[in-house]
Every structure is written in C-alpha cells, then in structure tokens.
Ligand binder design. Structure first.
Ligand SMILES: [Zn+2]
Length: 499
C-alpha cells in the first residue's frame, strides 16, 4: 500500500459511513418488492408513500440479516433498540422523515481486521473499530440526467432495508480505506446479506476526513465526502481532499466544516449547495413502531449459522490444501469461487494443480465471459476429470488447455451443469487427443521431421545441440501436440546421435 507523502508532518484522520442495502425480497416496513431497475414508481404502496393512516409492519428477515452482519463484524447486538424518525424534506422522501435508529442502535462496538501488505504495520493487520451498526429504510431516488432541465423522482427504492455502519476515525491513509472496504465487501458477500453492487447503489460509502500534525491528539475540523461510486473513487476522492486540506493549512488558512461531492469525471471535489445540507434532523422515537426486540435465542441462532468467513477460509486453504498465501487470497476473494475451488480440489485430489488451473485459464475464461463461478459452464467435477487426465498421462497439459476450450464450446447454450455438455474424457475420445506413446508412430514422426530438415540435422551433428528444441517442436507439430514428450526426447537423442 502506498501512503501519500505526509507533507509538512501532517497526517490524515479518516472515518467511514457505509450504507448497505439488505438482500430481502420485500421492503423494511411493507411488502413491496425491492428489485433494481423496474418501471419507476411501481413498487410503492400507502406505507412507503407515507399516506395518512398507513402503518408500518417490520420485516423480520431484514432484522436477521442486520444481526448477521453485526455479529460478523464483531459488534455487540442489543436485545432492545429503538426506531427513530429522521426528519427532513426532500422530493424523494414523501413521508418527510426516514425511519432509522439514533440513540439506541441495533449494534455497537465492533472491530474488523483485514490483512494488508502495509510494511509499516508489523502485524500486517489493519484493525478498524466499528462504532455502531443501525437499521434504517432507504429514500427514493432523484434522477437529474433523464429529462432536460427537470428532475424526476423514482420512489421504488423508498423503504428498502439498509444497515448503516459507522467506523471510528481509525484510518490514516486512503489506501488503508480501500483495503479495508475490500475486506468488508468480501464479508458482506460471504454472509449473503447484500449483493454489494456499487453501481446499483446497494453499497454506498461516505467518508469524513481531517488532518492534524503527526503526534497530536486532538482532531482537526473534518469535511464530509459523498458521491463516490467505487472503492477506487473513494481512494482518489480522499487523496484529492487531503491534498486540498494540506494546501489550505500550508497557506495559513483553516479547513471549513462542509460537505463535499466527489466529481468522478473532473477528479475533483465541490461543496454541496448549503440548501442540500441539513444537520438538524430532530430525531424522535417513531410513535408507530415499538422498540425492536431481538431475543437472545435469535442472536444465538444467527451466530450458530454464520458461514466460514474469508479470513478463516484463507487460513484453512493454506493448511488443508498446502496453498501459498497468494493462491489462498485469490481463491477466497468470492464465496462462489472458493466453493468452486474446494470442490475441484477434493474431487481431483490434486489441490495445487486445481489452484493452477483455476487461477490461470479458468479465471481468465470466467472474466472474459463476466461470469461468477457458480454460473461457469465447466463444473468442478469436469475440471477435476480434466486434471486427472493430465495427472495420469492420458493427455498432456497443452492438449488439456485445448480440451478446456472445447468443453466451454460444447457447454455454450446449454444449461449450466447439463448432461448435454461434453465431459473431457468424451472430448479426448471423440477427437483422438490422447497422448501417443506408441514407439512406431513416434518414430515415424521423428523420421519425417529429420528428413524435412537435413541442414539442421547437419548443424546439430556439428555441435549445435540446442537445435534439439527445434526438432522437438517439429515432432509435436506433426503429432498435433499429442506425442508423449519424454518418449520423443528419447527417440530424438538416439537418432541424432547416430552417425
Ligand atoms: Zn410500500
């Protein structure tokens, strides 16, 4: 990780607010659907529109997901928390308030650590404290770029369940923020709490940032950064804002407390219009909703069902399969990929080979097709079969790569995992791709290759022995890659050394 030069002995102090849309079918207080990209203003009802007399009814599934996330990030989940109204006016908030939690949140006091390659940290672990995780409902969306000179409002998102995670200001560099967020997203995906799609807004990150002289305790005046749409955007926005604050201080000025919007296209921040900024939300407990009760039993049940998290899985991959740290990191980045690897490794009994195949041609093919491992047409059982064919010497590695290509072709257009897709053994049999070790056929290819290149043969016999590789290639060409290379080398040496 790169720390930007700490100009003039100043350090950055950064905290985050992360909004995560929970993956529920229904909204937090009404049964409308939560799908993305549907016809605007169709997933709405009197409750989320805030029509008079409509009463909210809590979605228990959302509470379970919020508890799951809180436990995974090491927070204490409180058996009693309180719904509060956060009052403000905005066109995409028809009720005039958002139901959130304020003084008594669902969970508090967590810590989440990520491994880093930051050499300034001897442990290589970045531990960030989480002040609180609370539940709330999302607002609608104001759409500014759809109609010339007008803003449109889509209320489909109104009432979608969210958790908001608030960290302590424990980050000292934008690179730390990015590394930590990457770890947070992995955990949320493993938990199946959210799809974490930043482009669709299901994971949104705001940051507050200040600078202070290195070694000083009190915090400087902070600014709040919004409108970052990717982790790299968060990192760049923080870099720009920290540099701006350093310039202000270097010129003898003072940083003003304000909210800034990141402009991705210009690579710059600009202040939010003061009208858009409102700090007095006049929170009060929602009179329509009793305090949220989460029983000890529910907390224990959710805890017992937590899946193995990425850090634990990385350690286990290194121990159980003897993988290097790098492989374990790549293979556990996403849960479907980790599952895919694990099934292939177990079925083939060749864990390092499985890792090489998946980190090489398989991941390349997944990325080229923009597929997750669970949608990838070559299933682990067939990849394991392919690895076995190489291990037992039926085909060589280069032929195996071609076979993988054929497997992908034969699986195109049929359902994932369907029996219509060809197995590697079928492809090898049908196309006659098995390695040829038959001495008669190998000798014929060798004779042919030598006869076609009398000059090279003469040069070899004059001592230019590195031409062995050239002859090897000529024989492999004639065999279409199927010749057993060890046997070919033996026959070639024999023939070339005859005089
Ligand atoms: Zn509704």
């Amino acid at each position: 990780m790169t720390d930007r030069a700490p100009d003039a002995g100043y350090e950055a102090v950064i905290g985050l607010e992360i909004h995560v849309q929970l993956r529920t079918e229904e909204k937090l207080f009404c049964p409308d659907g939560t799908g993305f990209g549907e016809v605007p203003n169709t997933n709405v009802c009197p409750v989320c529109l805030g029509l008079p007399g409509a009463l909210p009814v809590l979605n228990r599934e959302a509470v379970e997901l919020a508890v799951r996330a809180s436990l995974a990030f090491g927070c204490t989940v409180h058996q009693r928390s309180v719904w509060a109204r956060k009052n403000y006016f905005y066109p995409d908030l028809p009720k005039g308030y958002q139901i959130s939690q304020f003084e008594e949140p669902l969970a508090t006091d967590g810590v989440f650590r990520v491994e880093t390659d930051d050499t300034s940290d001897p442990v290589g672990r970045l531990a960030i404290r989480i002040r609180r995780i609370h539940m709330e409902e999302d607002a609608g969306k104001s759409i500014h770029d759809r109609f010339e000179g007008a803003t449109a409002v889509d209320l489909n998102r109104t009432g979608t369940p969210l958790i908001e995670m608030v960290t302590e200001p424990d980050f000292r560099s934008p690179a730390q923020v990015r590394a930590w967020l990457t770890g947070v997203k992995q955990v949320l995906e493993y938990l199946e709490v959210s799809d974490c799609n930043m482009e669709e807004g299901s994971l949104r990150v705001d940051a507050n940032v200040s600078i202070r002289p290195v070694g000083s305790e009190p915090l400087g005046t902070k600014t709040e950064l919004k409108n970052m749409n990717s982790f790299s955007g968060v990192e760049r926005a923080l870099d720009v804002e920290i540099a701006r604050q350093r310039d202000v201080v270097a010129m003898g000025g003072q940083v003003a407390h304000q909210t800034l919007l990141w402009d991705e296209r210009r690579g710059d921040v600009r202040p939010m219009r003061s009208k858009e900024e409102s700090h007095d939300y006049r929170y009060f407990p929602d009179p329509d909703l009793p305090p949220l009760q989460v029983s000890e039993n529910l907390i224990e049940a959710v805890k017992a069902q937590l899946p193995e998290l990425p850090a634990a899985r990385r350690t286990r991959f290194r121990e159980d399969y003897g993988l290097p740290a790098y492989d374990a990191g790549v293979l556990t980045a996403r849960r479907p990929l980790a599952d895919y690897y694990e099934e292939t490794a177990r079925t083939s009994g060749a864990p390092k080979e499985a890792s090489n195949w998946i980190m090489g041609p398989v991941l390349a093919a997944m990325n080229a097709r923009d597929l997750e491992a669970d949608d990838f047409p070559v299933r682990p059982v067939h990849l394991a079969e392919l690895i076995d064919l190489v291990e037992e010497g039926t085909i060589n590695r280069n032929v195996a790569k071609d076979v993988l290509g054929r497997m992908l072709e034969s699986a195109a257009g049929v359902e994932v995992g369907s029996a219509a897709a060809k197995t590697p053994a079928e492809i090898v049999r049908e196309e006659g791709l098995a390695t040829v070790s038959d001495t008669g056929r190998l000798e014929a290819w060798v004779e042919d290759a030598l006869a076609a290149h009398p000059e090279e043969v003469a040069r070899f016999r004059d001592g230019e022995t590195r031409l062995q590789g050239f002859f090897m290639g000529e024989v492999m060409k004639r065999s279409r890659g199927k010749a057993d290379p060890t046997e070919v080398a033996r026959i070639l040496t024999e023939r070339l050394e005859e005089t």
